[in-house]
Ligand binder design. Structure first.
Ligand SMILES: [Fe+2]
Ligand SMILES: [Fe+2]
Length: 229
């Protein structure tokens, strides 16, 4: 299994009010996340992955409803967005094996889910382009955060523990895979989501398509996938 290389320099330069709003919103959230978590990367990953798994499902729901209303094909957007939500949920299922959220963090997750789900649903109704741009910027930040996490591991501040079983099965990692291998593959997932969402935002405003970072290989989840592995 080879983890796709991640281009760390990808950044969509904001153009117009919609992009600037998305960019400002994400930077404000980054400030709060940096203040709250500082260098507790395991905790940060858990809490933020509970949020990251929301937009894909909202986008899938609203595109599904649109396809029904207009009686038109979705051009593959629904499946792509559902896959994104599922992939983000697997990030959460992986990191919950590495760190354990505090009681306060669990409370924050519940409170934030209410607010963020409703906010993102409303935003997607008003401006799907801005909504996808927000996710594109979120994912740019996720790539940065997981790069910091890798440095923490490489410089010995976070122990490079064995990869959780669930991660080895999902990404088909070798038996001796470590947390470092997991963070590499998760970061490659985030780079893929980053480009997919910036690409969708571009498509919605008629801008040029962009190159999409490849998605690391993972198993397709079936109802019994854990037992069958
Ligand atoms: Fe993620
Ligand atoms: Fe993500």
């Amino acid at each position: 299994m080879t983890t796709p290389l991640v281009d760390l320099s990808v950044h969509h330069a904001p153009k117009g009010l919609s992009d600037r709003t998305a960019w400002g919103f994400v930077k404000a959230l980054r400030f709060f996340a940096d203040t709250f978590f500082a260098k507790r990367y395991g905790h940060r990953a858990i809490v933020l992955e509970t949020v990251a798994a929301v937009p894909g499902m909202v986008g899938a729901t609203l595109n599904h409803l649109k396809a029904l209303r207009r009686m038109k094909d979705d051009n593959g957007w629904i499946r792509t967005l559902m896959d994104e939500a599922e992939n983000e949920r697997m990030h959460l299922m992986t990191f919950i094996e590495i760190s354990h959220p505090t009681l306060f963090e669990r409370f924050v997750v519940i409170a934030v889910q209410w607010v963020f789900y409703l906010f993102f649903f409303g935003l997607y109704l008003i401006s799907p382009k801005t909504a996808h741009r927000v996710v594109g910027y979120f994912e740019e930040e996720a790539v940065v955060s997981y790069t910091h996490y890798l440095a923490e591991i490489d410089e010995g501040r976070s122990p490079n523990v064995a990869a959780p079983e669930i991660a080895k099965r999902y990404w088909n990692l070798p038996a001796d895979a470590t947390l470092r291998d997991v963070v590499l593959v998760v970061r490659a997932d985030e780079a893929h989501h980053r480009d997919v969402n910036h690409g969708f935002a571009n498509e919605l405003c008629g801008a040029a398509p962009i190159a999409i970072a490849p998605c690391p290989a993972h198993v397709e989840l079936q109802p019994n996938w854990k037992a069958a592995a």
